[in-house]
Design a protein around this ligand. Sequence first.
Ligand SMILES: O=P(O)(O)OC[C@H]1O[C@H](OP(=O)(O)OP(=O)(O)O)[C@H](O)[C@@H]1O
Length: 174
Amino acid sequence: MEWSEYRNRIESPEDEYRTNVPALFADPDTFDAFVNDLATELDPSAFDYVARIDAMGFIPGTALARRFGVGFIAVRKDEKLPIREEHRVADTLVDYTGKEKMLEVDTRQVPTDDPILLVDDWMETASQVGTAIDLLERAGGTVGGIALLAAEENETTRRLNDEYGVYSVKSFRE
Ligand SMILES: O=P(O)(O)OC[C@H]1O[C@H](OP(=O)(O)OP(=O)(O)O)[C@H](O)[C@@H]1O
């Protein structure tokens, strides 16, 4: 699907600086097109797990994981995982909002030998994606790619692309 069609779907008349990504998921044809666009860019045999960032990343991440027939790893926000400290890796970050957030992973869910595809909806400063990768690696995992609806192009996202491979429907210039 052309980016203009996605953009029309997610534009927010109420706030021109933000996108309404849930509106994309509400339309079945656009949702299918998004998952298809990502799936055709990716080699399913290259990934044994999909990790998804809470909250919007859970939606395309789940769809892609089921498409590829692989398991899920949840990267959760703000101490929602009901697990003991010994099983948790966590870190704080400041993302595009300027606010501090926390991501956490249950280390028992992270495979040590199988490549992981990390999925989210959007990457701007890449703080959330970068922190999620760090947590997965601290848990012993290997990230083999990053899949998104849209990725801004900047020094950080270029480095992530060089290191892990970024697959996105839309990449923006700085
Ligand atoms: O590149 P960054 O600066 O890290 O920003 C991108 C992140 O921000 C959004 O999450 P947000 O926490 O705003 O919303 P959500 O919980 O609804 O996914 C988006 O889903 C990405 O995870």
